[in-house]
Write a new protein. Structure first.
Length: 390
């Protein structure tokens, strides 16, 4: 990749082509301004050898460091190795720039069983999620031992990265499930405009953002005092694949759609307000004393004031997996949220949404994932999982 693009002016001029630094205190791909495309993968570990797993994580790290900088996965590259051997890069990103690629790794609860001597390292915060009312989870697209979130501005770059990690991991891990996403459904920086989800509403307005330094310390990053020292500087990831009943939604009146979210569809302002970033007034009453923002509106039930200040850093993507054979789009939201402790953040928020959210008539949770994402890597001598395995 790099070899073919070095020095080309268009790549240098386009901000979405630029690389994101791989090393740092925290993993990239969490507060990094959300890129437009996603390929998320969850692996089962198939080797029984701890040493083999660590070797693979080291190989993955080297490949990830290279690919995020717009280089081939291996040092020989797609074309530079022996003609008698399979190339150490698959080649479909040749000529493409880094495209803001970030690769973020996480470890699922199942990795902490008795296979790799990690039982005592399982953080209390990585407690299995409870079953929520209405859940219709499919085990074959849920869970997993290790996840990698690839985000980029070019879908080919994100897919190339996941494909090469799967290739390197052959015989040690197998892909359990993966998900493509397009069109970010959140802003993670105040410099970004708020995008829209497939229901047509602005999504990500009241999200945790990279500029909120004090709140990120309080709500996003695991602190050394939180219990599992190996997770300090890391964050917990919850994924939920949420199918939307799009065709029914499209027949709902605009006023009902706005009541469901508690925001208007055009500006994204809270009902009763004018501008997108106006604070919602949950006490406001309309004619006849009815609440302006309904008691069962999504933003009322999910708002930090309903949960003792608990927040999430949401980073989800739209998905369309074709159609379902019954004339309906197989589409929805691949919800992604990072947080310091899911027991205090995702779980109570989702418990309330699952019980009372008027949006439930139009959605169904069909997959779920929970992963502990370790801190960032210091330098080229470091590797994914070092703090866990040493
Ligand atoms: C458990 C957490 C959440 C799930 C699951 C969830 C699903 C979901 N959300 C939307 C669309 C919107 N969500 C909005 C706000 C919002 N959502 C959550 C949490 C979950 N959403 C939070 C914490 C918030 C912020 C609430 C606040 O502080 O005001 C909005 C409004 C705009 C915004 O602030 O982002 C929309 C729109 C869908 C479509 C969906 C499932 C398919
Ligand atoms: Fe939401």
């Amino acid at each position: 990749t790099q070899t073919l693009t070095e020095g080309t002016a268009p790549a240098a001029a386009d901000a979405t082509a630029a690389p994101v630094p791989f090393y740092g205190e925290h993993q990239a791909g969490i507060v990094t301004p959300a890129q437009d495309r996603l390929h998320f993968v969850s692996f089962d570990v198939v080797t029984k050898e701890r040493a083999e797993l660590i070797d693979m994580l080291q190989e993955w790290t080297a490949a990830a460091a290279r690919m995020t900088q717009g280089k081939d996965a291996g040092t020989f590259g797609a074309l530079g190795g022996s003609p008698e051997a399979p190339p150490d890069d698959t080649g479909e990103a040749l000529g493409l720039p880094a495209s803001g690629l970030t690769l973020t790794i996480g470890f699922g609860p199942s990795l902490f069983d008795d296979r790799f001597g990690l039982k005592s390292r399982r953080p209390a915060a990585l407690a299995d999620l409870p079953k929520f009312p209405g859940d219709d989870l499919r085990p074959e697209i849920s869970g997993g031992d290790i996840c990698v979130q690839a985000c980029a501005h070019d879908p080919q770059v994100a897919v190339h990265a996941i494909r090469n990690l799967a290739r390197i991991g052959f015989g040690k891990v197998s892909v359990r499930w993966s998900q493509l996403g397009f069109g970010r459904t959140s802003s993670t920086s105040r410099a970004q405009a708020t995008p829209r989800n497939l229901m047509g509403f602005k999504d990500g307005t009241n999200n945790l953002k990279l500029e909120d330094a004090a709140m990120l310390r309080d709500q996003l990053w695991v602190a050394p005092s939180d219990g599992a020292a190996w997770m300090a500087g890391g964050s917990y990831l919850v994924t939920r694949k949420i199918r939307m009943n799009i065709e029914t939604w499209d027949r709902a009146p605009l006023s009902e759609q706005e009541q469901i979210f508690g925001r208007n569809k055009g500006e994204g302002a809270p009902l009763g307000g004018h501008k997108e970033f106006d604070e919602p007034d949950f006490a406001a009453r309309g004619a006849g004393g009815t609440p302006v923002i309904a008691d069962d509106a999504h933003v009322r039930l999910a708002h930090p004031s309903t949960h003792g200040g608990a927040r999430l850093l949401r980073r989800g993507y739209n998905y369309v997996d074709g159609s379902d054979g019954l004339g309906r789009l197989d589409a929805g939201l691949f919800f992604i949220a990072y947080q310091r402790d899911p027991r205090k953040q995702f779980v109570p928020i989702q418990r309330m949404l699952a019980r009372s959210d008027s949006l439930n008539e139009y959605i169904k949770h069909i997959s779920s994932g929970l992963f502990a994402c370790p801190p960032g890597l210091r330098d080229a001598g470091d590797y994914w999982g070092r703090t866990l395995f040493t």
